[in-house]
Design a protein around this ligand. Structure first.
Ligand SMILES: NC(=O)c1ccc[n+]([C@@H]2O[C@H](COP(=O)([O-])OP(=O)(O)OC[C@H]3O[C@@H](n4cnc5c(N)ncnc54)[C@H](O)[C@@H]3O)[C@@H](O)[C@H]2O)c1
Length: 352
């Protein structure tokens, strides 16, 4: 190969898992680090590009770029969200691919599966919020939704609240609840799992931590089910009764300026004039930097909503890449061996 060769590392999801990159503490550290870097102006974060293909079901592919200036890494997540996939095809809703480029020469260094990273980011953000906002002595967690985000959330929550020992789950179909338990019981053999047979209330009542991670666009979670002192991570779009938001003692977001323009329950409540900007306690980063107080007593009910900040995906992806590179995981693929006009016998191949 000439000096003009460009190659990059290709990492499948299996490469990443075997390289030890499915590492929740690593993702949690990347969340805190990148949120602080963004606050300090050390991350470029342009607007995402959204292409929506179905108005009702919101099938979409989004292009989300970000640059970690300190690390000299620019990344992009190309993510598909097709909420009907599980029902129509028995396949996952979300799939993603991530490209990382070094910004010294600008060449790509890695093309990797982005589904693992993306799902880990969603969970790690919710779990970081729980670290600052859930009761220290939380023992029970209740899920509405048993899909990929819900499963990953349990890994995140357990990492920040190792005292969790009871997990209840309710979904649209009972077989999904069983799938959730079958996937997670081996990872947490000491945890008691309860399938709630689609009774959402049973999953929530008496839970110290509540997670809704559904593809529904409906007020599933009701205020009267919520235990005093609970922490609630709202992951999906429209998932809870407006009363859940208005009864909260604290409302925290990953970034309120971003959430405000999305279609989350809190945004609906805001647009309905039931809450104002002043009712938002702060952004997650403000808890990390100590500019804003987290939980102040055991009775507060605190709601966290995430819009999804893709610079955090890029930060996690870069850590995953470095972990994989250290053990030479994946494949090095050539993008080019020479510059275009350096190829021999070009006249044989060029079509004029
Ligand atoms: N906030 C973020 O950063 C972020 C990132 C990725 C995905 N999401 C959102 O998270 C949500 C879940 O994504 P996923 O990948 O886990 O999807 P998934 O399809 O794997 O799971 C969806 C779950 O929702 C449940 N559900 C749907 N309708 C329901 C109802 N009426 N009652 C009870 N349960 C119901 C299903 O039973 C299923 O368990 C989606 O809305 C997705 O857009 C948010």
């Amino acid at each position: 190969m000439s000096d003009h060769a460009i190659k990059f590392r290709y990492l499948s999801q299996e490469d990443l898992i075997k390289a030890g990159a499915f590492n929740m503490p690593m993702a949690l550290a990347a969340v805190e680090r990148s949120l602080v870097q963004f606050k300090k102006g050390e991350i470029l974060f342009p607007e995402k590009i959204v292409q929506e293909f179905d108005e009702v079901y919101k099938d979409r592919i989004n292009c989300l770029p970000a640059t970690l200036c300190n690390e000299k890494i620019c990344g992009v997540k190309w993510v598909s969200v097709f909420p009907r996939n599980p029902r129509l095809y028995g396949t996952q809703n979300l799939s993603a691919i991530i490209v990382l480029s070094h910004i010294v020469k600008g060449y790509p260094v890695c093309v990797m599966d982005g589904t693992l990273c993306s799902n880990m980011r969603v969970a790690a953000i919710g779990a970081t919020a729980a670290k600052y906002l859930a009761r220290e002595d939380a023992e029970s967690i209740g899920f509405i939704g048993a899909g990929e985000q819900a499963k990953m959330h349990l890994l995140g929550m357990k990492a920040v609240r190792p005292g969790l020992k009871l997990c209840r789950v309710a979904a649209q179909y009972a077989h999904e609840e069983q799938g959730f338990i079958d996937a997670l019981q081996p990872l947490f053999p000491d945890m008691e799992f309860v399938a709630c047979n689609t009774e959402l209330e049973d999953a929530i009542r008496d839970s110290d931590i509540i997670v809704t991670a559904t593809s529904a666009q409906a007020p599933l979670l009701k205020p009267e089910w919520v235990k005093k002192g609970a922490f609630y991570s709202h992951v999906g779009g429209y998932e809870c009764d407006y009363g859940v938001i208005t009864m909260a003692d604290k409302l925290v977001c990953d970034d309120w300026d971003v959430v405000k323009h999305r279609l989350s329950t809190i945004t609906r409540v805001y647009k309905a004039g039931l809450i104002s900007d002043e009712d938002i306690t702060g952004n997650l980063v403000d808890l990390i930097t100590g500019d804003c107080k987290g939980r102040e007593n055991d009775d507060e009910f605190i709601v966290f909503t995430a819009a999804g900040l893709s610079y955090v995906d890029v930060a996690i992806a870069y850590d995953m890449f470095q972990k994989a590179e250290a053990v030479n995981a994946g494949k090095m693929l050539p993008m080019q061996e020479q510059m275009v006009f350096e190829h021999e016998d070009l006249e044989k191949y060029v079509v004029l």
